[in-house]
Design a protein around this ligand. Structure first.
Ligand code: HEC
Length: 152
């Protein structure tokens, strides 16, 4: 019996160590913008884009791209707008009260140029144009979600 315990104990310890280190390797690495390598590849594959309404609305329907945009939002925007976009020091982005945004492309302009006097930093030069377009699409989905909830 003692021998069995003596043998089992190291096996359990080694097993636990292997399990933990394996689990650790499984974690997906993300860059400073919260994106995985795969998401960066997807974004790079989009090529050169213009921030017009059609493009912004089209991407807002693309699940994989919106997953990437959510990561971007969490890493860049959530500190002020909240992780769900419902607001903090920055305004709620999920409601229908718009301070600066009247039309879809205005979303891009606000993110790109900021509203410096009111505390919204400009992202122009910090994030690529494509990432700013994806963030604009994500802001569209935030408003759609709240519209869905309201109609429930
Ligand atoms: C340091 C805080 C801060 C960060 C970070 C920030 N914002 Fe803002 N944002 C603000 C503030 C404050 C306003 C309100 C500006 C005004 O009233 O003119 C605003 C306004 C906006 C608006 C316009 C809302 C409206 O009602 O018209 C959008 C869209 C927006 N932010 C998106 C983003 C996105 C996307 C990011 C991340 C890339 C981001 N913000 C990061 C503070 C922030």
């Amino acid at each position: 019996m003692k021998l069995l315990v003596f043998l089992l104990f190291p096996i359990l310890v080694i097993g636990a160590v292997l399990f933990l280190s394996f689990d650790h390797q499984e974690q997906v690495k993300v860059d400073q913008h919260g994106l995985t390598d795969k998401q960066n590849e997807q974004i790079n594959a989009l090529g050169k884009l213009e921030p017009n309404q059609a493009t912004i609305l089209e991407f807002s329907q693309n699940e994989a791209l919106m997953e990437a945009a959510k990561n971007l939002f969490i890493s860049q925007c959530a500190s002020c707008h909240g992780s769900k976009g419902t607001g903090g020091t920055g305004p709620n982005l999920t409601d229908n009260e718009h301070i600066l945004v009247k039309e879809v492309p205005d979303i891009y302009d606000v993110i790109n140029n900021g509203s410096i006097a009111k505390g919204m930093p400009p992202w122009n030069g910090l994030l690529s144009k494509t990432k700013l377009i994806l963030l604009s699409s994500y802001v569209v989905t935030l408003q759609e979600q709240s519209a869905d909830e309201a109609s429930d």
